[in-house]
Design a binder for this molecule. Structure first.
Ligand code: GUN
Length: 292
């Protein structure tokens, strides 16, 4: 079993980005600048956004964090997005999801200028992704591709099973793994909560990408010998063994399945850090005007 070390790989990518920033500045350019909007004070979202801001500092980007109370109106949020859209010193804008129920998430996503949509969630960018046009790829699926590529995991002709059809992970992942690219060229099965005989399908997976948000859902009886497993789950559970009082569990029962795997991502230290590395990469692409 080979561990797909997302923490190390993300650090490698961050070092590469930091070098590019130095080069940009010495060529007379400006620092890439990411703006993040956080609504409310959900513990997990707060952790993720703080990690994104810290990662910006690490690679030499500017960052702006805009915070709103949980009861902020949709209009006020949209007005802030408009302001950032018009601010030419900001290259990338993300609005941390999920948003409170009174705010229409798709309306917010569509309000972000596609040129600044470094999360790759805007319908225009999802369309470009599906058509294999240059775009910002959604950070988590793109992080998974990068991990497969850097560990030279064979994908051509393989059966890739994705569990979960979210707009952020499962759905774009299924499109990307089927593209005529490396990593890609898989035969893809996208499974979800209404799928029948899930175990029969997962047992035929060469590559299993799990993003349904149920802690330790995938067990050894669901996978075949030699499978590659990508675990996107991060469920926070209370723990008296950690300093923070929390621990993170993946969607895969790691100890149960690990001996059957060719490759597997750990949680934490797998997909999570890769998501942040790709967000930085997308922001750099925006600053360099590579996509648009
Ligand atoms: N919530 C969970 N994942 C993400 C992400 O990649 N970007 C944003 N903006 N919100 C998220």
């Amino acid at each position: 079993m080979i561990l797909l070390d997302g923490k190390k790989t993300a650090n490698d990518i961050k070092e590469e980005i930091a070098i590019e920033v130095v080069n940009l500045l010495s060529d007379g350019g400006k620092k890439p600048h990411l703006a993040a909007i956080l609504v409310g004070n959900d513990g997990a979202s707060e952790t993720y956004v703080n990690a994104k801001v810290k990662a910006c500092e690490k690679v030499g980007f500017d960052s702006t964090l805009v915070r709103f109370n949980i009861d902020v109106s949709e209009d006020k949020l949209l007005a802030e997005i408009e302001k950032i859209n018009r601010n030419s010193s900001i290259d990338g804008l993300i609005v941390q999801l999920p948003l409170p129920k009174h705010i229409n998430e798709m309306k917010v996503t569509e309000a972000i200028l596609p040129e600044k949509d470094v999360d790759g969630f805007h319908p225009a960018n999802i369309g470009r992704m599906a058509l294999n046009l240059p775009t910002y790829l959604p950070a988590t699926p793109a992080g998974i591709l990068e991990l497969l590529q850097r560990y030279e995991v064979e994908t051509l002709g393989k059966h890739c099973v994705v569990i979960g059809r979210s707009h952020i992970v499962g759905s774009p992942m299924s499109i990307l793994m089927a593209r005529n690219n490396y990593p890609g060229n898989c035969t893809v099965t996208l499974t979800h909560s209404r799928t029948k005989n899930l175990n029969e399908i997962t047992k035929t997976a060469d590559i299993l990408i799990v993003a349904l948000g149920k802690a330790e859902f995938v067990t050894t009886d669901m996978v075949k010998q030699g499978v590659t497993i990508i675990d996107v789950g991060i469920t926070r559970v209370k723990s008296d063994k950690t300093k923070s009082g929390w621990k993170l569990l993946g969607d895969v029962d790691f100890e149960d399945v690990k001996n059957k795997c060719s490759y597997i991502t750990p949680v934490p230290g797998g997909v999570g850090p890769m998501t942040i590395a790709i967000l930085l990469k997308n922001t750099l692409l925006s600053a360099k005007r590579v996509i648009y």
